[in-house]
Design a protein around this ligand. Structure first.
Ligand code: PMP
Length: 361
């Protein structure tokens, strides 16, 4: 191979500089690291799905427009006819579609920090300049900094996760509205955790022409299917649809998601159980001395604890996997994030943490 064929000479330098998104191995672990719904589907539903899967024409391409699934989503989420839906292979893919669509040579994508790391990574993939505006110490929006960044960078798009990951809080509604009113670009509200938050910007789609809303089924029990949604006015979605790869939603995802959406009551009950457990976990964590628990409207809790990295490692040795955020951002020093699991998983997490702390003190 001649020297000029080396990846260093061919791949873009900003890609060479990236580290791949790290997914830690989790076999045999109590998995409380990735905001999954801990409840499997019922045996009856799995049997029905097995039948559907057996009869699925996998030799054919799937319906490129996923019409049946979209119709079911429209009914389930009560989406009015004047709002369009775009489907993605997870909401990650939708972020990518939006970033690629707006990536003019001098375009800027703004988000806040700390937030979902894929906003920054995908900006890099799409070759669009990324600006991360730091949140305040309490993880609320720094409106002075946000408004200054909007004036300075004139962003093509602003991504805000509502609730935010990894902090779990909801930003102030009125502040987001004022961002929507100030920017001349798009604002994408990422409602990945909406099932646990009970609030939404969905009714604002009729009021703000530059608002797009993202949802996902990943946190509500279907992470393995990979299905994300973008809701917005047709003038935007007609353009973004052009960038969606024709068969991005496979046949299994289409038929299984459609089937499961007939059982939204079950999903809602699971979300309710997760919210109850969230209260219990957060009460438990607040009773530990020198632990700061941050309020959460999502299916995870962020907390700050002395020697977080050691605690994270010790939990891992006890086969409990959570997320270590220490060192990922200055505001997250000594922070850990635990996803709410089943009552049994949560009590194992709590008792193991207590054991670890009693040994380290
Ligand atoms: N947005 C936020 C805020 C998230 O935390 C995540 C998942 N961690 C996603 C989007 C991606 O979800 P999906 O599985 O739909 O790609």
């Amino acid at each position: 191979m001649s020297n000029s064929h080396l990846p260093e000479h061919i791949i873009r330098p900003e890609i060479l500089a990236l580290s791949a998104y790290h997914v830690p191995p989790a076999a045999g672990m109590i998995k409380l690291d990735a905001m999954e719904n801990p409840y499997p589907l019922s045996a009856e539903l799995r049997d029905e799905i097995a039948q559907l899967a057996a009869n699925a024409p996998v030799n054919r391409y799937p319906d490129a427009s996923a019409a049946l699934l979209k119709e079911k989503l429209r009914q389930t989420l009560a989406i009015s006819d004047d709002i369009d839906i775009l489907l993605g292979n997870g909401s990650d893919e939708i972020i990518q579609i939006i970033a690629m669509a707006v990536a003019k040579p001098d375009a800027v994508l703004i988000s806040v920090e700390p937030s979902f790391v894929m906003f920054r990574m995908i900006a890099t993939f799409a070759n669009i300049q990324y600006v991360g505006v730091p949140l305040k110490q309490d993880f609320s929006l720094d409106m002075d900094a946000m408004l200054a960044a909007i004036v300075k960078y004139k962003p093509a798009v602003i991504f805000l996760a509502y609730p935010n990951n990894p902090t779990g809080n909801l930003f102030d509604y009125a502040e987001i509205i004022s961002i929507l009113q100030t920017t001349s670009g798009i604002v994408v509200i990422d409602e990945a955790y909406q099932a646990f938050a009970d609030v939404s910007f969905i009714n604002e789609l009729n009021h703000y022409p530059n608002l797009l809303l993202m949802r996902t089924l990943s946190k509500s029990g279907l992470a393995g299917l990979r299905l994300g949604l973008l809701l917005g006015r047709s003038e935007w979605l007609i353009q973004l649809e052009k960038m969606r790869l024709p068969y991005n939603i496979g046949i299994m995802t289409q038929i299984i998601a459609e089937k499961v959406l007939h059982h939204t009551l079950v999903l809602a009950e699971q979300a309710q159980a997760i919210k109850l457990e969230r209260t219990k976990m957060s009460t438990f964590l607040s009773t530990i001395e020198n632990v700061k628990v941050y309020p959460s409207k999502a299916n995870f809790i962020l907390f700050r604890i002395h020697a977080a990295t050691q605690i994270f490692q010790a939990l891992k040795q006890h086969k409990i996997l959570i997320k270590n955020l220490d060192g990922t951002h200055p505001l997250l020093e000594n922070c850990l994030r635990v996803t709410i699991g089943t009552p049994d998983e949560n009590s194992q997490f709590c008792s193991t943490l207590q054991t670890i702390l009693s040994k380290t003190v």
